[in-house]
Design a protein around this ligand. Structure first.
Ligand code: URP
Ligand code: ZN
Ligand code: ZN
Ligand code: ZN
Length: 519
């Protein structure tokens, strides 16, 4: 395998009018603007954009009147079929990508995580084996730096040069399992920098968490509430600051995953501002999660199973103002991306931790509902514009991980990953109806405006008037080349949208939504 972009195979039986689509009458939303455009798709690629397009006969026409048409979501953070804390996530690459597509996400980036001492190349091969036959949409991989040695360093180079991996996640937590010391982080970031790749980090202070955990357990606190108590906000914020500081020493681009708290988000904003004040092109990036926006850690009353279902690291904060604060940071470009960290365990697997919170497998759902949650909490109240929504759910991730402009934009020549987003329609999230393999949903009961009515994945209609029709194995592995221009050549993020115009659009949406809401 090489990092050359694979040519899309179009089977003969698909080279017909079925393979040609015209999406008409919609408003196309990209990260920089909204425009009235029709989209002509053939052979899995966007061929033409405009009104009154001249297209061949026998084309399937999809009427997107009254809807937005957005680039398919890119979820830069999933864990499908991952063995973690004695259990394997129930969403494998089939169920996980099926759920993704159901919610309007058409590309996922999963983490290949080696065990301590395990070869990174073997891990990469293992992940390709797990994923290639099963994926319903395209996928790329990040590699975990879960231990540090000469071998790891060499294998990182080989992964970049031959296997299309350009991002590496290190851990400051999970002491004894994945955690690296500051000195190892320094070396790892230096290696990433030398390779022209992007470092990623799980930012929590693992040493402090271990100390707090000992104290809590000896005080008899063993229930799920102990998880949050062992890792308060400042333990996250401190690690964010430290990770950025270490990355700055070696001039390494750094993407901080799953920022879950106000103070950790503010720490990120501060470190970015510091660099920009020095006149530097800022290559510190932050991601928050659908979980952090769509729910919080202050849900009472709450059963053991409900609490356990919400256990992830860093934890949900017992502060109901967290979601809006994180959304504001996204709007200000202090944070750039939203992921799901989809890492689902069933109730019986969560029960591994019934005697101690330290044994509850960490992780929640989110790959299906991420777009709906960000729209409902961000766009509906007017915190994010539709363009910013596209930036933080798709475009920015494509730019940072070098998938742009093949992904993350509706443009001629881009992959035909397109969602017809009916922002007037509503749905209620529930485990009873979701496409995940897991038996709970942390957003249970949340009513969301914004329904993906059509989801087109590589030119194939996979959600058709709301009906999910995925094809196992339809997706391809996406090699991510090193030296993303956005990161290494200082290309600006999205063109800033005009605030006034933007405000008007938001007001229009509000009005339309309001008109549809009883009372
Ligand atoms: O709790 C979480 N986040 N589980 C997945 C592993 C990770 O740290 O991302
Ligand atoms: Zn993590
Ligand atoms: Zn994760
Ligand atoms: Zn305003």
């Amino acid at each position: 395998m090489t990092s050359n972009t694979p040519v899309k195979k179009v089977p003969i039986h698909l080279q017909s009018s079925q393979n040609r689509l015209l999406i008409k009458n919609g408003k196309v939303v990209n990260a920089d603007k909204i425009a009235d455009l029709d989209i002509y798709i053939e052979n899995g690629v966007i061929q033409q954009l405009g009104r009154n397009l001249i297209v061949p006969g026998g084309v399937r026409i999809i009427d997107a009147g009254g809807c937005y048409v957005i680039p398919g979501g890119i979820d830069p953070h999933t864990h499908f079929e991952l063995e973690l804390m004695g259990a394997t996530t129930v969403d494998d690459f089939y169920h996980g990508t099926k759920a993704a597509v159901a919610g309007g996400t058409t590309t996922i980036i999963d983490f290949a995580l080696p065990r301590r001492g395990q070869s990174l190349l073997d891990t990469y091969k293992n992940w390709r084996q797990k994923a290639d036959e099963k994926v319903c949409c395209d996928y790329a991989l990040h590699m975990g730096i879960t231990w540090w040695s000469e071998q790891v360093q060499q294998e990182m180079a080989e992964l970049c040069e031959k296997h299309g991996i350009n991002s590496f996640k290190a851990f400051m937590a999970y002491k004894g399992l994945y955690q690296l010391s500051d000195s190892e982080l320094y070396d790892a970031f230096q290696t990433v920098r030398n390779l022209g790749a992007v470092a990623m980090v799980h930012a929590e202070n693992g040493d402090i968490i271990a100390k707090n955990t000992e104290k809590l357990l000896s005080a008899g606190i063993k229930g799920p509430e102990g998880h949050q108590l062992s890792r308060p906000e400042e333990v996250e914020a401190e690690a964010v600051t430290r990770a950025c500081t270490i990355a700055n020493q070696v001039d390494c681009p750094l993407y901080v995953v799953h920022i879950m708290s106000k103070s950790a988000g503010d720490a990120m904003a501060y470190k970015r501002k510091e660099l920009m004040k020095k006149g530097k092109h800022c290559t510190l990036y932050g991601e928050t999660l659908a979980a952090a926006i769509g729910t919080h850690g202050n849900r009472i009353p709450c059963t053991w199973h409900d609490q356990a279902a919400h256990v992830l690291s860093p934890p949900l904060r017992p502060d109901e103002t967290t979601p809006n604060h994180l959304l504001t940071l996204l709007n200000e470009n202090a944070l750039q991306c939203t992921g799901s960290d989809n890492c689902t365990f069933n109730k019986n697997q969560k029960e591994l931790g019934k005697d101690s919170f330290t044994d509850i497998p960490n992780g929640v759902n989110g790959v299906q509902d991420r777009l709906s949650v960000i729209w409902e909490k961000g766009v509906v109240p007017g915190i994010l514009s539709p363009e910013k929504f596209v930036a933080v759910t798709s475009t920015n991730a494509a730019k940072i991980f070098n998938l742009y402009p093949r992904k993350g934009v509706i443009a001629e020549g881009s992959d035909a990953d397109v969602v017809v987003w009916n922002y007037k329609a509503k749905r209620t999230i529930s485990a009873k109806t979701h496409a995940h393999a897991c038996d709970y949903n942390i957003f249970e009961g949340l009513e969301c405006h914004g329904v993906p009515e059509f989801v087109i994945v590589g030119g194939r209609v996979c959600v058709d008037e709301g009906n999910l029709r995925v094809a196992q194995g339809h997706g391809n592995f996406l090699p991510t080349p090193i030296n993303p221009p956005f990161v290494y050549e200082g290309q600006t993020p999205e063109v800033e949208v005009d605030h006034k115009e933007n405000h008007q659009v938001i007001e229009e949406i509000r009005e339309q939504l309001h008109g549809l809401t009883p009372n």
